[in-house]
Design a protein around this ligand. Structure first.
Ligand SMILES: Nc1ncnc2c1ncn2[C@@H]1O[C@H](COP(=O)(O)OP(=O)(O)O)[C@@H](O)[C@H]1O
Ligand SMILES: [Mg+2]
Length: 283
């Protein structure tokens, strides 16, 4: 069978985060199968792929929220997958993350939410210094003045922006975003895209963004990686991905079902035509 992996586009020497031969299994389920990846400094790397293909599992390994079944993870040339939780907590201060599960704390104000990671890692001696820092972070996401609001009084897009301000509270070098635009309408999603770009350009951050939103991927990516069946099947700039010869990549980026998926649906007796309701065809 043809080997379905693509040569890694980046050079290991440029890597701020490097994954070598990462395999992750949950029981018999092999989610990542010998994946190697070099995340380049100052660039935005976007990870795409169908739901359940292992995107979240992959980025959790970048900060060792999951440990590899085999393989290695490096941060700035230091191996980190074998460190203790205590040592990892120190390494993680160099990262910001905006995870799907990482919602804001509802009982804390916007300012307290942003202060949270600072309090976790540092003893705060001067309150005014922290207030200034919160202000700067909120200015970066266009929400200065919202310090005393509570999450319940913010829109979905504003909550995401506060979460982003919190993710950059410790001046991280690398920011990991897991589906940052999911659940937002196209305009609010685009505000998040613009912020990701602004932070990457303005602060020189290295960003890794998981998304299945191709509009967002094309807009923000320096490089796009597609995961499929535990492997990286495409790796390159947006142009490379758009013109990729692999039909699996084309089906995904154009949002079509594969022949295989269609055959399964047909066999299952679902009649796609008659199941369409008038509302579906309005879209
Ligand atoms: N903690 C876990 N225990 C067992 N299986 C898991 C765990 N986390 C993820 N998986 C499995 O790994 C696969 C990839 O999940 P995930 O990375 O969340 O996919 P996605 O690409 O949608 O982010 C799925 O089959 C999921 O069920
Ligand atoms: Mg996910």
């Amino acid at each position: 069978m043809k080997k379905n992996t693509e040569k890694n586009a980046a050079n290991a020497a440029d890597g701020v985060v490097v994954i070598k031969n990462l395999t992750k299994k949950f029981g018999n389920n092999i989610v990542l199968d010998d994946v190697s990846l070099v995340i380049e400094k100052g660039k935005t790397t976007v990870v795409i792929g169908p739901s359940g293909c292992g995107k979240t599992v992959l980025i959790k390994h970048l900060i060792v929220l999951l440990r590899p079944s085999s393989g290695e993870v490096y941060f700035k040339k230091r191996r980190i997958d074998n460190l203790s939780e205590y040592e990892l907590n120190r390494i993680r201060t160099h990262y910001g993350f905006l995870f799907q599960s990482g919602a804001l704390f509802d009982s804390l104000s916007v300012a307290e939410n942003i202060m949270f990671p600072i309090r976790q890692h540092y003893k705060i001696t001067k309150r005014s210094g922290v207030e200034e820092l919160v202000k700067i972070k909120l200015m970066m996401v266009g929400l200065d003045g919202f310090q005393h609001y509570y999450p319940a009084n913010l829109s979905g897009g504003q909550r995401k922006r506060v979460a982003l301000a919190r993710a950059i509270a410790l001046n991280p070098e690398v920011v990991l975003y897991d589906e940052p635009t999911t659940g937002l309408d196209p305009i609010r999603a685009d505000v998040i895209n613009e912020l990701i770009l602004k932070l990457q350009r303005g602060l020189g951050l290295t960003s890794v963004v998981v998304t299945h939103d191709m509009t967002s991927a094309y807009k923000i990516a320096d490089r796009i990686i597609m995961l499929h069946d535990g492997k990286i099947i495409a790796d390159g700039n947006p142009e490379h991905i758009r013109n990729h010869p692999n039909p699996v990549v084309q089906q995904f980026i154009n949002g079509r079902l594969s022949e295989e998926d269609l055959a399964v649906l047909r066999r299952s007796g679902v009649d796609l035509q008659t199941r369409l309701t008038p509302r579906d065809s309005e879209q």
